[in-house]
Design a protein around this ligand. Structure first.
Ligand code: UD1
Ligand code: UDP
Length: 377
């Protein structure tokens, strides 16, 4: 039996790792699962763990208000060492591109523990976009021994960087497992969305999120002005659950609160957010995970970025990069609201990032790869 230590810290890592934690946990003959949360996010992490019924074995509780990249990374490295020493795992599993991902992988490397990287191989090719995530991904790939690539494109990027082909496994993205599971459970009445008192069925819902570091400052302000202009239309309703990062929270509320047609909310629990994605007309976001989820739900996305490490849906035409140019955002939003053909073209349901079976594939690979040789005798 292999002892697997999952390390996660932020909302998207939890959404994408909880289904895998559950999956490996359901194979007790193969895996002994341990979960360590750094709590790089505190408020936005806990509801996800709760929704999936995952109880961490270790909680480093590291988040500080307004934390810096150096500060959180150093604290994770310090915290993870103690857990690695006490647990002595056979494998550490990390996901994605956050500072928890990279710092936990580095800590595992320093302690001689192999690392599996879930959602490996996403690249823009520009180390400053997204910042610092592209660097976190590149460095984590250098450390990892098992690379779970969501797509063939991600596999190709890893091969180009010299990763051995037998170390790469194309599995789909575990985030698609999560979103399809929640959608199914909502449809079956096994999960329930909240009642939305502000929701006006007569108007089309424009769902917004925005939190990337490279957008902080002028880019963010332009995006907020664009949203205010989109919300001038009487036939739409803009809804924006605001990320807790103070660089986002302050500017978002100071620029948009008071606008009669914009609903600003706290970050939503995952099930509630999936429900709004199901209900909305379109999404405007700079989130990575939402770019992956929306095509599965047949929702068009305008992405507030210049570059994306998730080109598949852009190529398929359901996601469009609009950057943070005010006029372009407004024009592209108007197109999706007024041009029926364009809207229909962008709402094709497809799953370039997965089919909902990524966790099953990863479990199969790990069960085979980690099976200890039979003891002698
Ligand atoms: C982090 C990740 C980013 C990911 C995003 C997902 C890094 C460097 N960044 O960015 O890749 O896309 O999470 O949302 O790893 N805060 C709270 N409560 C929370 C979460 C955050 O108050 O639950 C506030 C705190 O003041 C915290 C700040 O937000 O210091 C920044 O959090 P941090 O995790 O460092 O950066 P994010 O912008 O959330
Ligand atoms: N999400 C959520 N509540 C919200 C906004 C987003 O649960 O209020 C989910 C969303 O469905 C996706 C994930 O959070 O699965 C994306 O996280 P985020 O945008 O914070 O990070 P990124 O994916 O950009 O790293």
């Amino acid at each position: 039996m292999s002892r697997i230590l999952f390390v996660l810290g932020t909302r998207p890592e939890a959404i994408k790792l909880c289904p895998l934690i559950k999956r490996l946990g359901s194979q007790p003959d193969d895996f002994e699962v341990r979960v360590c949360v750094t709590a790089q996010h505190r408020d936005m992490l806990d509801p996800v763990l709760e929704a999936f019924g995952v109880r961490p074995d270790f909680d480093l509780d590291l988040m500080q208000p307004g934390q810096t990249l150096c500060g959180i990374t150093a604290r994770i490295l310090g915290g993870i060492e103690t857990v690695l020493n006490s647990e002595r795992p056979h494998l550490v599993v990390v996901q994605g591109d956050t500072n928890t991902t990279f710092a936990a992988a580095l800590g595992a490397f320093y302690r001689g523990v192999p690392v599996a990287h879930v959602e490996a191989g996403l690249r823009t090719g520009d180390l400053r976009q997204p910042f610092p995530e592209e660097m976190n991904r590149v460095l984590t790939s250098r450390i990892a021994e098992y690379h779970f690539a969501p797509t063939r494109g991600a596999e190709a990027a890893l091969l180009q960087e010299g990763v051995a082909p037998e170390r790469i496994f194309v599995t789909g993205n575990t985030g698609i497992d999560a979103v399809l599971w929640v959608r199914h459970a909502l449809e079956q009445g096994e999960l329930h969305a909240p009642v939305w008192p502000w929701l006006d069925p007569a108007r089309r819902l424009v769902l917004v999120t925005c939190h990337r570091r490279e957008n902080f400052g002028p880019g963010f302000d332009r995006a907020m002005r664009a949203l205010a202009l989109v919300a001038e239309r009487p036939d739409v309703q803009v809804v924006y659950p605001v990320h807790r990062n103070p660089n986002v929270l302050g500017p978002a509320y100071s620029q948009l609160s008071g606008h009669a047609n914009i609903v600003l909310l706290d970050p939503l629990p995952y099930v509630a957010f999936v429900d709004l994605m199901r209900r909305c007309w379109m999404i405007i976001t700079d989130s990575g995970g939402i770019q992956e989820e929306a095509p599965s739900l047949g929702k068009p996305v305008l992405v507030l970025r210049e570059k994306t490490e998730r080109p598949e849906a852009v190529e398929a035409g359901t996601v469009k990069l609009v950057g943070t140019d005010e006029r372009q955002i407004v024009a592209e939003a108007a197109r999706l609201l007024d041009d029926e053909r364009e809207y229909t073209r962008m709402t094709r349901v497809h799953n370039p990032y997965g089919d909902g079976r990524a966790c099953e594939r990863i479990a199969q690979v790990l069960a085979t790869a980690l099976r200890l040789p039979p003891s002698g005798g």
